[in-house]
Design a protein around this ligand. Structure first.
Ligand SMILES: *[C@@H]1O[C@H](CO)[C@@H](O)[C@H](O)[C@H]1NC(C)=O
Ligand SMILES: *[C@@H]1O[C@H](CO)[C@@H](O)[C@H](O)[C@H]1NC(C)=O
Length: 330
């Protein structure tokens, strides 16, 4: 009898260690962690298949990471039940660089005599507000990139950190060609210039869908005098601009970011086709993985390093990080 119980227990134990059982457990945990509810059985089945496929990709990449062949780790997050194409159409929207450059009145190039510090982290100086989650319905990365750079630049100028309303931009800058299908920091900043200000987040909180414009001039959190584009797609210019003036809005090729968890995102396949806006809030050097940009995203804190990504720096403008770097004059 004892032998039989032991045998049953052993069978149970070895089964629990099989890859598919581990996957099943991860699938269950994923649905709880990210409060996923699927409409139909078929939908749940499809999502499970995609999750398993993505999980295999993540595990394969992480074996390379453990062997020192990759500079960053992948992990499960809210996007693990999406096909790459779904992730891209939901979270990214491509940007016409020729058009976008033409919108900006000033160009910034670093003065010759400036030697920027070897690293900087504006979070430690109190210039950065908490990471937000744009949600699945509204492609509003451009709005958070705008509030992020304006919050930082305003802090550097005034010493006060005020979180600004991305919802204000989503609701009120549609005549500037910004909406939940995509937009540009340059156009959002122009709206703020013309409008005479942007509301605070606390007076006009984020909702994640487009609503009626409810801007109220009694709740202005910041104003904008002009816009500058970092010149020549130069990472050196971007570093000096970041060090001297504060956080800078950037646009990157985010195609490969779906499973990013931690480390320096070095992806040689990354292109210069820009499709996602974020905020550079610093830069530095990692002894293992090299130079990086410290980048604030708007996909919630469950994504990446508590909502941040460290992107490759000084690797020939990888992912186009310095191609469309914009900051306001405040
Ligand atoms: C990008 O914008 C420029 C200038 O407005 C325009 O000439 C060009 O056709 C656009 N390119 C694409 C791919 O839409
Ligand atoms: C880059 O592309 C190659 C060829 O398509 C692929 O095998 C490789 O996994 C890609 N690397 C990354 C980091 O996406």
């Amino acid at each position: 009898m004892k032998t039989l119980i032991l045998f049953v227990a052993l069978v149970g134990y070895t089964q629990a260690l099989s890859y598919s059982d581990v996957l099943e457990e991860e699938w269950n945990r994923f649905q709880i962690d990210y409060t996923k509810f699927y409409q139909t059985e078929d939908e749940a089945l499809l999502r499970r298949l995609i999750f398993v496929d993505n999980k295999r990709r993540i595990d394969k990449h992480n074996r390379r990471f453990m062997a020192g062949l990759e500079s960053y780790e992948m992990g499960v997050n809210q996007f693990t039940d999406l096909l790459p194409k779904e992730f891209q159409s939901q979270m990214l929207s491509s940007l016409n660089i020729t058009e976008a450059e033409g919108l900006i009145e000033f160009r910034y190039s670093a003065p010759r005599d400036v030697d920027p510090p070897s690293s900087i982290d504006w979070r430690a100086k109190g210039a950065v507000t908490p990471v937000m989650d744009q949600g699945e319905i509204c492609e509003s990365c451009w709005a958070f990139a705008t509030t992020g750079t304006l919050e930082g630049q305003t802090f550097v100028r005034t010493g006060r950190l005020v979180q600004l309303s991305a919802q204000n931009l989503v609701d009120c800058s549609s005549t500037y060609n910004n909406n939940c299908g995509g937009g540009l920091a340059a156009r959002a900043l122009k709206y703020i210039m013309d409008n005479g200000g942007i509301n605070t987040e606390s007076s006009y909180p984020y909702q994640g869908t487009m609503q009626q414009c409810r801007y109220d001039s009694r709740n202005i959190g910041a104003t904008v005098q002009g816009r500058s584009l970092v010149k020549d797609k130069s990472e050196a210019n971007l570093a000096v601009a970041t060090a001297l003036y504060g956080p800078v809005s950037v646009a990157v090729d985010g195609t490969g970011l779906q499973h990013y968890r931690s480390g320096v995102y070095n992806n040689p396949n990354c292109t210069n086709d820009l499709n996602h806006a974020m905020v550079v809030v610093g830069y530095g050097h990692d002894s293992y993985d090299g130079d990086y940009w410290l980048v604030k995203n708007s996909w919630g804190t469950s994504f990446g390093e508590s909502g941040y990504i460290r992107m490759s720096r000084n690797r020939n403008n990888q992912c186009g990080i310095a191609s469309y770097a914009v900051f306001p004059m405040v």
